[in-house]
Write a protein that binds this ligand. Structure first.
Ligand code: NAD
Length: 344
């Protein structure tokens, strides 16, 4: 791999992934293609400005002409661009199906036209989510999602991601397209947009505000540190078998209530800071991942996700980077692109 195209590299996982790959693969060039929607924030990658191996391109994965020009000498693609927030997909699903389905299919078509085929040496990684599998019952702790669990997406977000997974599968099956799919559990870490539960709760508490807890708080998620996810993505991109799906998870199941109590404890706050709110419609009860395949076949292991230390260091990151999230919450970060690139 000499030249990697990352889509969605200005988002939470994408920016961590770009930084992770720059650090661990010093011979590699990266082009970061991102439309800078509300969740894309170039300030996440401020430290890479001026780095000759890194280039940012503002653009849309639905723009075939742009993709054709960018893919000319690219030999690997890590596809992370997506609309990603379930609550927003419930309010308006249109942008989700446009970006996640049409965008993915456009990217696949452009890659095929640019010579992505088995034997070409080119590789494609499609970054998906455990949410495509639907929900597990709380009382069946023995059940975990495996790679052959049926797709039973329950939210418009999950449905759009499941559809994008099937676009990749169809390309693999019909055209021997050289792709792998990953399905990961919930990520936490630095630079996460503060609409998602951990940065939302931490930044609210740092401002002395209450945290809105959905329903009875008993919904369970598996939590993985974003750098462990990045490590898994790079592993699959380099070593994954074409046509395979790899689940990625941290064996770290927590109810939202347990997560909230731990954040309150870390931040020295009492339970009066919890504000119960009406549950999300169709809220999946439990996600739990069996990630034995990637561990066994590709040798990946999470090393940065252990609680409480990983959650403590994440809380500390938001406490230490108040300027970053204040600019996100105020919308000020959206002027950064104009200032940085507007006159170029
Ligand atoms: N956050 C998680 O816990 C999690 C877990 C599993 C999988 N995922 C998947 O990982 C990927 C990244 O998630 P995230 O949490 O970093 O999301 P994010 O919302 O923080 O980032 C998404 C990025 O994609 C960009 N984007 C959106 N539409 C685009 C388009 N049409 N063209 C170009 N760029 C576009 C946005 O500007 C943003 O920078 C997504 O595919 C998501 O489904 C996320």
């Amino acid at each position: 791999m000499k030249h990697l195209l990352v889509t969605g590299g200005a988002g939470f996982i994408g920016s961590n992934f770009v930084r992770f790959v720059m650090r661990h693969r010093p011979g590699l060039r990266i082009t970061n293609l991102d439309a800078l929607t509300y969740s894309g924030n170039l300030e996440n990658l401020r430290d890479l400005e001026g780095e000759p191996r890194y280039r940012f391109v503002k653009g849309d994965i639905c723009d075939r002409t742009l993709l054709d020009s960018l893919l000319k000498d690219v030999d690997a693609v890590a596809h992370l661009a997506a609309e990603s927030h379930v609550d927003r997909s419930i309010i308006d699903s249109g942008p989700f199906f446009r970006a996640n389905v049409i965008g993915t299919q456009t990217l696949l078509d452009a890659c095929r036209a640019a010579g992505f085929a088995e034997g070409s040496g080119k590789r494609f990684l499609h970054v998906s989510t455990d949410e495509v599998y639907g929900s597990l019952p709380l009382e069946r702790k023995d059940l975990l999602f495996t790679e052959v669990t049926p797709i039973q997406a329950n939210s418009p977000y999950a449905a759009s991601k499941a559809a994008s997974d099937l676009c990749v599968r169809a390309a693999q099956h019909t055209f021997h397209f050289p792709a792998c799919v990953t399905r990961c559990s919930n990520n936490f870490g630095a630079y996460q947009f503060p609409e998602k539960v951990i940065p939302l709760f931490v930044t609210n508490l740092l401002d002395g505000k209450q945290v809105p807890l959905y329903g009875d708080g008993l919904n369970v998620r598996d939590w993985l540190h974003v750098e462990d996810h990045c490590d898994a993505l790079l592993t699959v991109l380099e070593k994954g078998r074409f046509g395979e799906v790899y689940n990625i998870g941290g064996n770290n199941e927590r109810s939202n209530l347990e997560l909230t109590h731990l954040i309150l404890q870390i931040m020295g706050k009492d339970h009066s800071f919890i504000r119960p709110v009406q549950d999300r419609p169709g809220h999946d009860r439990r996600y739990a991942i069996d990630s034995s395949k990637i561990r066994r076949d590709l040798g990946w292991e999470p090393t940065r996700s252990a609680w409480p230390s990983a959650l403590e260091s994440t809380v500390k990151w938001y406490a230490d980077n108040r300027a970053w999230w204040e600019r996100v919450k105020s919308g000020e970060y959206q002027t950064y692109y104009q200032r940085q690139y507007g006159a170029r």
